[in-house]
Design a protein around this ligand. Structure first.
Ligand SMILES: Cc1cc2nc3c(=O)[nH]c(=O)nc-3n(C[C@H](O)[C@H](O)[C@H](O)COP(=O)(O)OP(=O)(O)OC[C@H]3O[C@@H](n4cnc5c(N)ncnc54)[C@H](O)[C@@H]3O)c2cc1C
Length: 548
């Protein structure tokens, strides 16, 4: 029997496995539905695009089609499926969000989650190449490096930003988030530094840690209202494992609510409709889905050393592959998104409300529109940082193998579209700056002459995407729609916590990998603190037995 069973070896699960198994007396098991992460392209930062086509390493979900977006084609929702989870396929941008995001969580009643409370946990995980300071750590496991300016157009984007008067910053995670600049990246010496690289592989041989891959958890088992273990499928066989202390659900914002519902925790109406007996009624499971809606301004361009899907472009990438493997050099050492920014779409906004990702290529449909990529191009993606729209995750069927139903309900609050259109206007200005004049050819998006709000909105709708940051579906809080409390224990049952991006009550203003790792660091401390009194009590009993 294990003390703790962790479901999912993603960004959160890898941290939990490391911290909880640090005590050799504690037995920990991690169950991961995907395979090991030994496929070489996982570790090559420049191979990001490959995983958008993979079914082995990507859950590759499709959202519910929305007739007003992409002409009704479903939005593609990639999620990592391997050791490291989404951190094994992500864009490697290291961002924490704005300090006020966490102060807002605390103001919602989540004691212990203010910025001052969580900053030590961000610093704890971090090994920043710039060294330690008030905001950054240098002693942690998660390597954070500076950009390499591998794409010649990236510094030109920075010049363009200066020319149009955008504020500039050299640290989005320091004193001031607002501004345009180069992103720091979770890359170490030209290699992706996933949560598995940082937290799992270095300790995988601990005798008290068991890591089981290709293990799809189908439900959490309960005795009354106490979680006692899990049932999973592996190699076509159903198996069960028992947890003496806790089951910790870390399957991500799409899968964690699905697993809760399959286990009888959720809205009783939805459970009954799927023939699932209710263990505990929690109507908030799967509600409150938030994601960054994203689209771009784009120009066809003259060649600039970027990425294009032409015979020459592919040949160049192949030679970059040789450079990478022969000498650990070239473009594949880094990610495609080297520069971007956090900006206010309106001068009177309190906080940056849009994020920009400036790219050395034409990127639509998560990079799966290879036709568009046949041209050289430049694009500037824009996403709404704190969308007001809320979506849902629900069960398609009681079959654990069926994908959950993902309905983002993007733009159900019209404010979000207003912010997006205002953000696209900034992106257009950036791409029209004099610095980019030598490269620009034809405007593709929103399209030549398309400058009214209505025209920009239509272009946004036709090319809508998302930034792969789903959160909120097992939200932390104290109201009746909350799924976990500030200690991340599931309300109303015992022996079960959720620890992953799904617990964020509101989406932070930025990319979500580092915040999820922070959540797992803090959760680990809370779990250990809860255990210590029992360990102390055990030791006391053993001592008095020995004395007797
Ligand atoms: C394509 C892409 C690009 C991104 N780019 C960035 C970026 O540049 N910067 C950034 O900060 N963030 C980025 N993100 C987001 C970030 O990676 C995620 O927010 C973060 O990894 C979420 O961590 P998690 O632990 O909640 O879930 P995950 O890391 O997704 O982990 C969940 C794990 O649970 C496993 N699992 C699911 N269901 C089951 C089951 N039934 N049984 C067993 N195991 C199960 C999954 O296979 C997975 O390994 C990106 C994400 C994607 C997909």
């Amino acid at each position: 029997m294990h003390d703790y069973i962790i479901i999912g070896a993603g960004s959160a699960g890898c941290v939990l496995a490391n911290r909880l198994s640090a005590d050799p007396r504690v037995r920990v098991c991690v169950l991961e539905a995907g395979p090991a992460d030994d496929f070489p392209l996982i570790h090559m930062p420049g191979a990001f695009g490959y995983f958008m086509f993979s079914k082995k390493y990507n859950w590759a979900f499709d959202a519910q089609p929305d007739p007003s977006l992409r002409n009704g084609s479903p939005l593609f929702c990639p999620r990592g499926k391997a050791l490291g989870g989404s951190s094994s396929v992500n864009g490697m941008i290291y961002i924490r969000g704005h300090r006020s995001d966490y102060d807002h969580w605390a103001a919602l009643g989540n004691r212990g989650w203010s910025y001052d409370d969580v900053l030590p946990y961000f610093r704890k995980s971090e090994a920043n190449v710039r060294g330690a300071n008030k905001y950054h750590g240098a002693e942690g496991e998660l390597c954070v490096s500076d950009w390499e300016s591998a794409y010649p157009i990236s510094p030109v984007f920075l010049d363009a930003a200066r020319q149009i008067g955008l504020p500039m910053t050299d640290d989005f995670n320091g004193e001031q988030q607002e501004g345009f600049g180069a992103y720091q990246l979770t890359i170490k010496d030209g290699r992706r530094w996933s949560a598995a690289d940082a937290f799992l592989h270095p300790i995988a041989k601990r005798g008290n840690l068991e890591i089981i891959t290709d293990a799809h958890v189908t439900q959490i088992d309960f005795e009354g209202k106490r979680a006692t273990g899990v049932t999973f499928r592996s190699n076509g066989r159903q198996q069960t494992l028992r947890a003496a202390r806790e089951v910790i659900l870390a399957a991500g914002a799409y899968n964690s609510p699905q697993i809760l519902m399959l286990s009888g925790i959720g809205d009783p109406h939805e459970l009954t409709a799927n023939g699932i007996a209710t263990v505990h009624a929690l109507p908030g499971v799967g509600k409150n889905l938030q994601e960054h809606p994203d689209t771009c301004a784009a120009f066809a361009s003259k060649p600039h050393g970027g990425i294009r899907f032409t015979p020459t472009g592919v040949a160049q990438m192949a030679s970059e592959g040789i450079k990478y493997y022969a000498a650990n050099a070239g473009k594949l050492r880094t990610t495609i998104t080297e520069v971007g920014g956090f900006l206010k779409s309106r001068p009177d906004a309190d906080l940056p409300d849009v994020q920009l990702h400036a790219l050395p290529l034409l990127f639509d449909d998560s990079g799966r529109d290879l036709n568009l990529m046949r041209r050289d191009g430049i694009s500037c993606h824009v996403c709404v940082l704190r969308p007001k729209s809320r979506g849902t995750i629900s069960l398609r069927s009681p079959d654990p193998a069926a994908a959950p139903v993902i309905d983002h309900k993007f733009f159900s609050d019209p404010e979000d579209m207003k912010t997006l259109v205002a953000g696209i206007r900034i992106a257009i200005k950036l791409l029209e700056a004099p610095a980019l004049a030598p490269y620009r050819k034809k405007e593709l998006l929103p399209g030549e002459g398309k400058r009214t709000d209505e025209e920009i909105e239509q272009a946004c709708r036709d090319h809508m995407g998302l930034v792969y940051h789903p959160v909120g579906t097992c939200k932390m809080g104290l109201d009746e729609m909350a799924v976990v409390g500030p200690d991340l224990r599931v309300h109303g049952v015992e022996g079960l916590r959720v620890v992953d991006a799904s617990v964020m009550p509101t989406l932070i203003g930025g990319n979500t990998n580092a915040p999820t790792i922070m959540i797992a660091e803090k959760a680990s401390d809370m779990i250990i603190a809860d255990r210590e009194p029992a360990v102390l009590e055990n030791n006391r009993t053993e001592r008095s037995r020995a004395l007797a």
